[in-house]
Design a protein around this ligand. Sequence first.
Ligand code: AMP
Length: 413
Amino acid sequence: MKFEDFNFVPSLQEGLDTMGFTKPTPIQQEAIPHILAGKDIIACAQTGTGKTGAYLLPLLHKIEEEDKSVIDTLILSPTRELALQIDQQIMGLAYFTGCTSIAVYGGGDGFSYEQQKRSLTDGVNIIVATPGRLIAHLTSGTIDLKHLKHLVLDEADRMLDMGFYEDIVRIISYLPEKRQNLLFSATMPPKIRSLSKKILVDPVEVSIAISKPSAGILQQAYLAFDEQKLALLTAILSNADYKSVIVFASRKEIVKKLNSTLNRKGIPSEAFHSDLEQGEREDIMMRFKGKKLAVLIGTDVISRGIDVEGISLVVNYDVPPDPEDYIHRIGRTARAETTGTAITFINEKDQQKFGRIEALIGNEVVKMPLPEGFEIGPVYQPSVRPKKTFSPDWKKKKSQPQHKRPPHKKANP
Ligand code: AMP
């Protein structure tokens, strides 16, 4: 499925193209049609699954087609960090639309409160807020929410854990009764169920099950430039006695190159890829399963299907493009309660991708120092956007005057 299949307004599709998003994630595929149809939803989805886009895209589509002089959508977030992240995604996706947004959160000084107040009275379409600060604006009468059409509770379980239940109920008392409600939560404890009964009307349930990596897997990562990776792989395989190893690489050209280099260095291995005859594949797999071959190198073709007991090490020669592939890849080791190690090489371009993986699995993976004798590797900055996102196309579009509406205006000064 492609984003084009949703028939979003062209200005929103343009934002998606510029962000480089082509395919909806599973939660987006599931949730977007229901939200477009006006249903309330309760969605179980963790950070890293694309949950923010799952509600932002259909809401931006609706706002773009409606009256933009009113506050249309309120998104409640447990923390200022999440509020800022959501606001940044709005900025990217809504860049070519006429929708405006503001992040409203506490913790700043009186000046930022005054700035927020001015922006709110100026007119804005989407408010992304932490509950406490929003209440301060509501009680002082700065915000008029009587035209609000959509309410989103993001990371609802965390908001309840942080004691925001009363605040949420109070905020809802300021909203019109007729509105669309979207509740997103990473977990579904009973208190979320009772909150949803109070707020949602006949909701559709959307849930994307992600199996977390088994606790028996020791996960490690090395920050390495592409030029360092081959020597690093050789060093890792030569210095420890791993009985059964799978090395994943993104393309079969890399698989073939790794295989010939390892063999030249005296580390027997086989490359497993789509150019092999069926008989050759079966032979390699049989030797690998029978522990007569220690190192198997392949693309994601081998990550889902094979069920080999006792794999001691999985190496991701590059970061898999999809966080769920990471879970599938490293799931080849530590099967059935055994233990194993999973090592990932992260170059400077793959850092954001690895950040998404860490968000999905819910913890940081230990970054190992490069072995002695190696030059220093890249610094880990997972939140830095790769330059590719801001393509020349993006810059070109920004200066094109033919858009009917002004490009995305930040309401937050
Ligand atoms: P979230 O789960 O909303 O925190 O999103 C995690 C990351 O995935 C964010 O960096 C988004 O920019 C990115 N993302 C969301 N939807 C897509 C998509 N359809 N394709 C590629 N990346 C996406």
